[in-house]
Design a protein around this ligand. Structure first.
Ligand SMILES: [Zn+2]
Length: 115
């Protein structure tokens, strides 16, 4: 393997280049917390939260969960427990105020009121 910064060759697997200090590995992405979905929910967002955590289709998780309720019997209790235990996913950052020059409803109101 070669250092992308200085081009030094390494025969063994190393984490950092000994010549320039460049990181030569990609650390694993931090695991996202298990939480109930705010946007994709039918009841409380439990199935969508599990689907997001496990990288599955939310509909597939819902079908499996309904099958668990119908055939297994403990699915409803498991859903209620998950609803209580799992926190809601954190709120996403709200976009800042519109850039200057952008037409807004407030500007339109000012225009009609001032007549
Ligand atoms: Zn280097």
């Amino acid at each position: 393997m070669f250092c992308p910064q200085c081009g030094k060759e390494f025969t063994n697997r190393v984490n950092f280049c000994c010549q320039c200090g460049t990181a030569l590995f990609n650390p694993p992405a931090p695991r996202k917390p298990l939480s109930r979905s705010r946007t994709d929910r039918k009841i409380a967002g439990v199935c969508a939260g599990f689907a997001d955590y496990l990288d599955l289709d939310p509909s597939l998780v819902r079908i499996l969960w309904v099958a668990l309720v119908v055939f297994g019997g403990c699915g409803l209790l498991a859903y209620l427990i998950a609803w209580i235990i799992m926190p809601e996913e954190p709120l996403r950052q709200i976009s800042p105020a519109p850039a200057p020059g952008v037409y807004t409803q407030a500007a339109a109101n000012r225009g009609t009121v001032s007549v």
